[in-house]
Design a protein around this ligand. Sequence first.
Ligand code: GTP
Ligand code: SPV
Ligand code: MN
Length: 598
Amino acid sequence: MNARTKDFELPPGTAGSRLQALNDWVAEVASLTRPDAVHWCDGSDAENAALIAKMEADGTLLRLNEQTHPQSWLHRSHPDDVARVEHLTLVCTPEREDAGPNNHWMAPAEAHAKIDALFDGCMQGRTMYVIPYCMGPIDSPLSRCGVEITDSPYVVANMRIMTRMGAPALARIEREGSFVKGLHSIGELDPERRFIMHFPEELTIKSYGSGYGGNALLGKKCHALRIASHQARAEGWLAEHMLILGIENPQGDTHYIAAAFPSACGKTNLAMLIPPEGYREKGWKIWTIGDDICWMRPGADGRLYAINPEAGFFGVAPGTSRKSNPNALASIQSHTIFTNVGVTADNQPWWEGIGNDQAPATDWRGEPYDPAKRPAAHPNSRFTVSAKRCPSYSPMAEDPQGVPISAIVFGGRRASLVPLVFEARDWTHGVLVGASMGSETTAAATGAVGVMRRDPMAMKPFCGYNFADYFAHWLSFDKAGAKLPRVFHVNWFRKGADGAFLWPGFGDNLRVLEWMIDRVDGKAGAVDTPIGLLPAEADLDLAGLDLPAEAREALFGFDAAGWRTEFEGIGEYLEGYGPRMPAALRAERDRIAAALAG
Ligand code: GTP
Ligand code: SPV
Ligand code: MN
């Protein structure tokens, strides 16, 4: 960026930090974008109240029913701006090969020029907000800081919930002297003038033309996954698209697990699981640490320790009910920002699958609800709420050291073939299980829904570098002294001939988690197959479930012919990464393919 206009005077307050590098960057951005004012966010209640009042006044936020949903608002985003835009999301490394076939790429100089032309003068008439934030507990050595500059007060209000934002983060940044730079403008909200660009070597993000979720809340997917995965590779840790939860058994022991499912495939729901009645009576409890992102690194004892870098949940609204996710529903009774949901006549938020007897009056676009026209809530409508409001939120989520991980779980939406659960034989096999994951696409990104695609470790849209190098990085954790988690694969989404789900899912998923931690403790049985270790029906507690024979066969069976075809597809997919693909992973695939053939 060049300081460009002679006639533009930097607004007073541009230098708001003790850190020269930060002031210089803010001044540079201001001279490019030319805002009317610069506001440094301190994260205070007063600041938030003033921003909310301003957004209520201009219609950015609509206050919901203060009796039923105190301190809660609805935001309707632009109808063309309702999800992440993967085709406009770029990783700009100097060498194309370093971004890999898994990313869209542009040379850094060209990318800067292209997006800076969009930023040129784009904040005239607007306020520029400077948001210092910390990803992770403010005093954790695993946490990392960033500064997002934005012209969207909606982004400020969401970042305040989703990150540790404001004065304490600024103090840490001034102490450390380094931070991830994120520049964001909603621009004209024109899909033709929209880019989400990442410059990992420069620890820089530039996002233009979208105000939605992962495109605009730059601490989330842009920083905590794309930039962080790049840093994690260099520094020996992992930045993953994973929930983290604690499973407390009746004896009071807690195992922590991390699970990677693609967008809108069940992370929030699993992270907040409420045990089935029989389990509750025995004393099982689930503790929520995080629902979307996990940063983990080896501790002194060789185990992986994980933190949730986020402070809130940006969760999928449709399908959230007292039955499916009571903890989420309890969390969003107050102090919540809803985006793109419908509303009832008395101004309560409403979405498909909310499971109450109310009716929507207005749809997510603000028009009278007409089921023939569109659903009341957009399929990717969301709630933003502080994690502290969740009844199952674990006090360990604030622990600066993180929690030790006993098991890593991969999973996706697979209507056929893939059984309910299986275990990898060892770490290398586990990395292959993650690398060969597939899932049907969802509404969390623009584009077709329900198309099966490979989504390694649920990171297809989020890995900031070449997947071949990423798999090699995963493999590198298997070294002397490491006490690595066991690796599992689950599929909650197996369908029967009638198209209905065969597994009840949600709370009943604890039955599968129990088998996993019993495997970790050496207490549960399994059947060896070429694809891994499957539980026999008798190895799982299925008491009280009514599973027809067809369902049992599909959920616990192993279809050798189907897997032979699957492994051909996996082989072709991995070969697409060329010579950078680690030989150990290729050998592991070949070994399993041979076992399937034999
Ligand atoms: P992102 O926030 O996009 O990363 O999504 P997520 O992985 O947190 O997904 P979430 O938990 O919000 O679930 C998305 C959808 O999957 C919702 O419609 C849920 O109702 C549905 N879902 C979640 N868990 C289950 C399950 O165990 N079985 C079935 N059948 N559906 C589920
Ligand atoms: C996802 O799409 O995986 C999300 C929502 O969690 S977003 O913040 O838009 O990335
Ligand atoms: Mn996600």
